[in-house]
Design a protein around this ligand. Structure first.
Ligand code: BGC
Length: 411
């Protein structure tokens, strides 16, 4: 304890500090099911009718990381991070079914080697919601053959990149793809078809199992898992029985169903935590009780990360927080957000939770899917014309935490 009544929250030795990104959100110049949807005439005219500039809602050059990846890695070093979570873009590697792009494979190898030379651990995502157009044309993940195509892609990646990877993230947040792609229609393939949603979910479960087998057969050291978007789901009125039932059901379906089905096919649990979901027993079934919101309108609730870690601890597997962050263009809340969430991670660890790492989302401002470029999640801002990266003040705060493996806090 120092004179200001602060405690130094020292994280365990070897705790992995990192930052996360995904291929489609930062690389630029990609053609896949998303880019096709983004530029579809119907969508563009809808945006226009809402007075929105379509270029702000199309990924296009993103943060141009396909060219500027070494600059990104410099930033990861500047942050004193020991690890970087980045993604592969399937549509780049296999633009035509069964035909692999050597050029793309070589570029990814160069990237991963550069990280290895810098002694930055590689956490590599194989699938982060985007599909090659040829796969989407076959019905995407609602078609069971997608599992075999994915298996072949995974085998290629393991062969080409296996020696360069420390942790594999097979799937990113499969439930989000199922929910937004097949129930709300917000993401491609923009459907509202519960039966297809169910099929897609089952195929993604099979994909996790298949990929795990393929990777484990070929690599001995790398750890394999995936990420789940775990919201802290709770009731708004604590004695309301309907809310309790709804919240429990939603928590099980959204947060834990996939984990239960795949628990034997992972070496770790990858948690992505952003916000609290407060259930009410009438439409729209969700409430916000705090005014502490991100630019996206998500309620900031640090205690939620502790609650989801506690629940995930039941699986007795190492836990990595592979995403946690906020849209905060002015960077007025990010430093506080990071520290308050980390204080809760620290609390969970002191109570015995096996959390091995924390990755902030995101290194850079990037393409925030259907919401385009206005939500800014980056520790570094990106100039949309020059692609120049500029540190937000919170980058220094996070960098210091990573460097010191902890921080001073009022706990
Ligand atoms: C996704 C990211 C996304 C972030 C913020 C996560 O659920 O994996 O791709 O940018 O949330 O919305």
């Amino acid at each position: 304890m120092n004179e200001k009544n602060l405690n130094f929250l020292a994280f365990p030795d070897g705790f992995l500090w990192g930052v996360s990104t995904s291929a489609y959100q930062i690389e630029g110049g990609i053609t896949n099911d998303w880019s096709k949807w983004e530029s579809a005439p119907e969508r563009l005219s809808n945006l226009l009718a809402q007075g929105k500039k379509s270029s702000e809602y199309e990924s296009r050059q993103a943060a141009n990381s396909w060219e500027l990846y070494d600059e990104d890695f410099n930033l990861v070093e500047e942050l004193h991070c020991g690890a970087y979570r980045l993604g592969l873009e399937w549509s780049r590697i296999e633009p035509v079914e069964g035909k692999y792009s050597l050029e793309a494979i070589e570029r990814y190898k160069k990237m991963l080697k550069s990280l290895q030379q810098r002694k930055i651990k590689v956490v590599l995502t194989l699938w982060h919601w985007t599909n090659p157009v040829w796969l989407a044309d076959m019905g995407g993940w609602s078609n069971k053959s997608a599992v075999d195509y994915f298996g072949r892609f995974v085998a290629t990646c393991v062969r080409e990149f296996g020696e360069l990877v420390d942790m594999w993230v097979v799937l990113n947040e499969p439930m989000v793809h199922v929910g937004n792609g097949y129930l709300t229609g917000k993401f491609p393939p923009n459907l509202k078809k519960p039966i297809l949603a169910y099929k897609t979910l089952q195929n993604l479960i099979l994909a996790q199992k298949t990929a795990y087998g393929i990777i484990k057969k070929n690599t001995y050291i790398a750890k394999v898992g995936y990420t789940s978007l775990c919201n802290y789901i709770t009731v708004t009125h604590k004695n309301n029985i309907f809310e309790l039932i709804l919240a429990k059901t939603f928590d099980y379906c959204w947060n834990w169903y996939f984990v239960n089905k795949t628990r034997k096919y992972v070496d770790f649990i990858g948690l992505d935590y952003y916000f609290v979901d407060r259930i009410v027993a009438r439409p729209p079934f969700r409430a916000k009780i705090s005014h502490d919101l991100t630019d996206f309108g998500w309620e900031i609730y640090p205690r939620g990360i502790y609650e989801v870690i506690k629940k995930a601890s039941r699986y007795k597997l190492p836990i990595y927080i592979l995403e946690n962050g906020l849209a905060d263009a002015k960077d007025t809340k990010r430093a506080r957000f990071i520290k308050s969430h980390l204080a809760q991670v620290y609390k969970a660890i002191s109570e015995g939770a096996d959390v091995r790492g924390y990755f902030h989302w995101s290194l850079l401002d990037n393409f925030e899917w259907a919401d385009g470029y206005w939500p800014q999640f980056g520790l570094y801002k990106v100039n949309r014309e020059t692609f120049e990266r500029t540190a937000q003040p919170s980058a220094e705060v996070y960098g210091q935490i990573c460097k010191e493996n902890g921080f001073w806090s009022k706990l």
